[in-house]
Design a protein around this ligand. Structure first.
Ligand SMILES: [Zn+2]
Length: 115
């Protein structure tokens, strides 16, 4: 009777284990993105010029800023126009615009402060 028993009763289990390991292995890979520099820079950006270390030229600089009108600026303009016919208000007010920061040394784009 013993001869009829399978020599490797766990054979099916082994292949299942290997399949499971293949499923797990992609998750085992470290997904560490070297984005610490970018995160640091973003934290320092504000609505006004800010002193920061440029990640491109490593210089301590005061950022140059440019205000950019966004879709929301035009939406606000339309809204003001409908309410009180003062459609120019959002374009005079920087609070409705995003602030782009640039490095004055290497002219690289550093980030955007969004309202
Ligand atoms: Zn720079």
């Amino acid at each position: 009777m013993d001869d009829t028993l399978p020599l490797y009763p766990g054979h099916g289990t082994d292949s299942a284990t290997i399949q499971k390991m293949n499923d797990v292995s992609p998750e085992m890979k470290p997904a560490s993105a070297p984005s610490s520099l970018l995160t640091q820079t973003t934290l320092l950006l504000g609505p006004e010029n800010g002193v920061t270390t440029c990640p491109f030229c490593q210089a301590l600089v005061r950022t140059e800023i440019k205000h950019t009108t966004t879709t929301r600026t035009h939406t606000l303009s339309l809204l003001y126009c409908l309410i009180c016919c003062c459609c120019c208000i959002p374009f005079c007010c920087d609070s409705a615009k995003n602030t782009d920061h640039y490095c004055p040394s290497c002219k690289k784009y550093l980030g955007t402060y969004e309202k």
